[in-house]
Design a protein around this ligand. Sequence first.
Ligand code: HMH
Length: 221
Amino acid sequence: DGKGDIIATWMKKHRLIYTGATRHPFILNIRDGSIDISSFKRWLAQDYIFVRAFVPFVASILVKAWKETDDSSDIDLILGGMAALNDEIEWFKKEASKWGVALNSVVPHKANVDYCRFLESLMNPDVEYTLAITAFWAIETVYQESFAHCLEDGSRTPEELKETCQRWGNEGFGQYCCSLKNITNRCLEKASDDVLSKAEVILIRILEHEVEFWNMSRGAI
Ligand code: HMH
């Protein structure tokens, strides 16, 4: 009804925090080759914990899509995302053993616990599909934009970290994020003003959690 590309409007409005999440020093240090490997290992271990919690979150979106939308292509995309997470968990195990990180003894950091708790709040059946898919799109897109930046021309990403950057920075993952954006925009166009303003708050919360998540790699409390 003429609301147009709501995400594009939000991106202009929240550019600063979005850039904070997608051009964090952790990412910039990977890109310029100055990354401290202990930071990378801390991130790897914490992200494994996050991804394990992300699986039931995505499953909850699948259930919401099944209940709230007639569009079977939504289900197919979310299901594909879940299948990719299955591969991702195996990749984390392989990558962790390569770096000598023991995943079964990792203690979740407070920022990680807080983020996972936020995801859990969105898993509640009372939370609308539109709100959950907005969060899902934002979470995936931050990683896509961050790691793609490490692979652009002029980047000096260390060879041993390129596979990690490819994982989220590859073109296929970019396409997937674009499809998530299209679904989200379609949902937002049909949403009430109340849901729309809640979705915008969720986007900001996600971006804040992503910044805190990258901050953890520094190793400080
Ligand atoms: C913290 N955000 C975080 N971890 C991830 N693996 C993604 C986003 C993308 O799936």
